[in-house]
Each structure stands twice: as C-alpha cells, then as structure tokens.
Design a protein around this ligand. Structure first.
Ligand code: PLP
Length: 339
C-alpha cells in the first residue's frame, strides 16, 4: 500500500517504484530494463536536448469496479508514437515492445493504481529521446524509450466544471505542414507563451486557429475540439492537429448512437451555431467549454452557463468511461485487462 492521499491528487508528478527503459543501439532495440532511478544519464550533446529529437505519449490505466486494472487502446498509442518516430527520423518502437513495456510499468507499480472510487488513475508517460551525441543537425544513432507511470487525480473533482478559452492569433503551436500532428516536445515548448498569456488573462487555456489562414478552428490548447449540432458530431480537420485517440473513440461511439460524424474545416463564426462544445483528450475525456472569447473581434461564444456538459456529451462521456472501467461490454476491443 501507499500513503498517497488519492482524493487530493492533481495532474502532477508523484514518484513511483520503477520505470522501464529500452535502448536503441547498433541499429536495434535492446532488452527491456527496469530502473528505480528517476534520473537518466545523458550525454550533453544528445540530439533530444539541442535539436528536439524526441516524441512522447500519454495514456491511463484504471482500477475497475471488478478489482481488475484496465488500459485503453494501447495499440493506438503505439501506432501514434510510431508515426511521431517516423516524422522525427527516430527508429519506430514496435507495438509489441511498446505494449510489453507499458504493461510491465503498470504491474511493477500496481500499488500506485488508485482505487476505483477515487476517480483517480495511473497516468502512463512513454518518451522517446535521441541520446546519441550529435553536433551537426542530422538524426543521431542512439535512442532511448522510457516509460514511467504516476498516479493522477480526476480532472474534475466532484463533477464537471466548464473551462473558458481565448482565441490566440498572436502565436501558433505548429506550422501548417510542420509537426502539429505529432506528439513532439517542440510543439509544447512553442505553446507555453500563448498558454501563460491566456492564464494571466484569467482563461483556463488558449484556443488555436489554423496557422495558415486563421479562419478555421484548430485545437483547444493540448486537447481536440468537438461540437454537437443537431444529430451531428463535428470536429475540425487539419494537417496540424494532433489526432486524439479519445476523439477517435468518441466518434465511433457517436456513430454507434446513430449520430452523423463530420470531420471537416470549421470556420470560427460557426461556433455561434453549436449546441454543445468541448475539449477532448485522455486527461478529462470530455471537458465542457463554458465560453470562447475572441477579443480581436469583440465576441464571446457561450456554450455552458452552469459548467455542465450538454446531454450528448454527457452520454458519450458515460459510455466511454463505462467501457474503460469494464462496466459496459468492450465491443470494439479497446481495452486490455491486466492480470
Ligand atoms: C495528446 C493530445 C491530445 C489528446 O489526445 P488523446 O490521445 O485523446 O489523449 C490532443 N491535442 C494535443 C495537442 C495533444 O498533445
């Protein structure tokens, strides 16, 4: 057992017992290593430090009402990490290696998987780093994947609360044909200025428009944008949006519920017409949007006045959580049960 106060966990780092690591050297991935150190011994010229040659993932493991631990769509995270690796000229981490490392990291730290009733979960953070000493700008020849886990609190304590966004036209998180659709460190470093500015102005987060024309909706900070209009589930299509696995899953559930799914360009003005709007991602599944301000045009688009999600989001949220917790049958084969 642990003496962790599960009820008051935030989305922050809490040490656990072990992390797992694997090195890529001489053209191949080596054996999985288990470490109890929170530190890595890194060459000062490592390509991840100077040239941002890195990539990462984020997913969760849940303690379920039946006492078992479940993970959600691990293979999708593996596939997305492979796409990031290809984009950053890093060797792909094979799905089997990725899954084995994730499961090992969870099992070794089983005592840190929060009890079901707390709403907390074990967050899994895989990170791939270029570790070879590299002075010229070119891909290096040594890499490291580390997977660590840390317990995190529920995104919303005691029910939902809506978050408010501000449209930023001053900063972009990624370029039109750049790295926006990959989970690479540089995108997040590049988003910090907009984020801190939005927070200073009293918003939860910045809201991005497409970097080429600034006419279309892009992302809610580090979450995907989703909306409901009539019987339609609508989400933006763009080359610089990170393909959220939560969004992909919600789209499937919307189809299952008989909704139409539209993945297309969404002009900013269309915000006016949505009945429900939210941000989606692993952290919160769906977080309802209170309002989005567009200060340059003196506009406020309001979606939730009471902090609650609309009926469609509420239903989608419940369905997804029930699958993750093994309460509903896993008809799409999204869940891995850890025994
Ligand atoms: C990780 C991430 C998301 C959400 O993806 P999930 O797979 O649903 O967790 C959305 N946008 C950005 C920019 C992200 O980094």
């Amino acid at each position: 057992m642990t003496d962790i106060d599960w009820a008051n966990l935030k989305f922050s780092y809490t040490p656990t017992d072990y992390n797992v690591r694997c090195y890529f050297r001489n053209g191949k991935w080596g054996a999985i290593e288990v470490s109890s150190s929170e530190y890595i011994n890194l060459h000062m010229a490592a390509s991840c430090l100077h040239y941002g040659q890195n990539g990462w993932e984020g997913q969760k493991a849940f303690r379920c009402p039946d006492g078992k631990i479940r993970t959600f769509r691990l293979e999708e995270n593996a596939a997305r990490l492979q796409s990031t690796c290809r984009a950053m000229m890093m060797p792909e981490v094979p799905t089997e290696l990725f899954t084995e490392m994730c499961l090992k990291a969870i099992k070794l730290n089983e005592r840190f998987v929060p009890p079901y009733e707390t709403g907390a979960a074990l967050y899994i953070r895989p990170i791939v780093l270029g570790t070879g000493a590299q002075l010229g700008v070119s891909p290096t020849d040594e890499y490291l994947i580390i997977i660590f886990v840390t317990p995190v609190g529920p995104y919303f304590k005691g029910g939902f609360s809506a978050t408010n966004y501000v449209i930023t036209r001053e900063f972009d998180r990624a370029a039109p044909q750049g790295t926006g659709k990959y989970k690479v460190g540089g995108n997040y470093g590049a988003s910090l200025r907009a984020h801190v500015k939005a927070a200073k102005e009293g918003y939860s987060c910045e809201f991005y428009l497409d970097p080429r024309t600034k006419k279309y909706i892009e992302e809610c900070g580090a979450a995907n944008f989703i909306a409901v209009k009539g019987n339609k589930y609508i989400t933006p299509e763009s080359d610089s949006i990170l393909p959220s696995i939560t969004n992909k899953s919600l789209q499937q559930l919307a189809l299952d519920m008989g909704m139409e799914v539209e993945c297309r360009k969404i002009p900013v003005e269309e915000l006016e017409t949505f009945e429900e709007a939210g941000a989606c991602g692993t952290a919160a599944v769906i977080s309802p949007i209170g309002y989005i301000d567009d200060p340059e045009n003196g506009k406020r688009y309001t979606f939730s006045k009471d902090g609650q999600p609309g009926p469609v989001f509420q239903k989608l949220y419940n369905r997804l959580r029930d699958i993750q917790y093994g309460i509903e049958p896993d008809v799409h084969h999204w869940v891995t049960v850890i025994d």
